[in-house]
Design a protein around this ligand. Sequence first.
Ligand SMILES: [Zn+2]
Length: 329
Amino acid sequence: MTPKDFRKLLSSVKKTLTPHQRQVLMDRLQPAAQKSASCNLVESRVSEKPVCPHCKHEKVSRWGFANGLQRYRCGACRATFNALTDTPLAGLRHKAKWVEYGAQLAAGASIRKSAAAVGVHPNTAFRWRHRFLKLPNSQQAMSLVGIAEADETYFLESQKGRRQGLKRAPRKRGGKASKRGTRGTSEEQTAVLICRDRSGNTADFMLEKADKEHIGAVLKPLLATDVILCTDGAKSLAAVAKEMGITHRPVNLAAGQRVVAGVYHVQNVNAYDSRLKEWMRRFHGVATRYLGNYLGWRRLIERHNRDISSADFLRAALGMDGLQHATVT
Ligand SMILES: [Zn+2]
């Protein structure tokens, strides 16, 4: 639109609009405004001097626009790319709806509810959920310092969404494991080790088995040698601490002990676990193959002190939340 036409448009808007006309105009403008909000956020991923994501060459030139985003072309390999290239959100459509979708994730809304709020098919909302959670799943504290607390927790195994290759007859959702008894020995429970230090750095691990070997494999790279590890006294955790030569402060909860020497306790990790379990209830049991995504989702909410915005979520989905994280492959 020429500047002259635009001035004309503005002056006609200034004349009194009926409430209905104003609404129609706003409805027309809103998707564009939301699209540009998403696109601005996405564009902020690219630095002033982008490098080619394919060959890392620095000779890159601007190469027009496509799908609302600046396109670049590499002078060396000639490949074109944009700010979404190599992110889990590449190839997803309807950017105008991403910011609102981020708000749905921030609120922990169900697939059905978020699909309705954003105006996409539930299948799309499902696909988006797991694309948005791909990076949060891989982002967690890589080392804990000072006083660290560790605790095992268990999630019901679920083959939800799987119609073929079920190892057993389908169970009604949210049901109870039929094999009870010793924690962690049931085939129907997935063990998760949650570790949190007093600064709030958090890491969790789905374990094939909650034994010394598997716990040791995840704790050794995570804990600094001068960490003081607080646990509820689980044998496998004690064995790992001994093997690593770190100080271990078990708290005998069964005997009514809460705090040792005024500072050693597992209340932070236990509170985290309660919040996680309480929040997970809304999903009525999650498929075990997606459990990692839900754990990452919760860690992300917690990193933002349980007050995460839609833009925060979108940034995290694009790997822009500046946290130390595991290399994504
Ligand atoms: Zn290149």
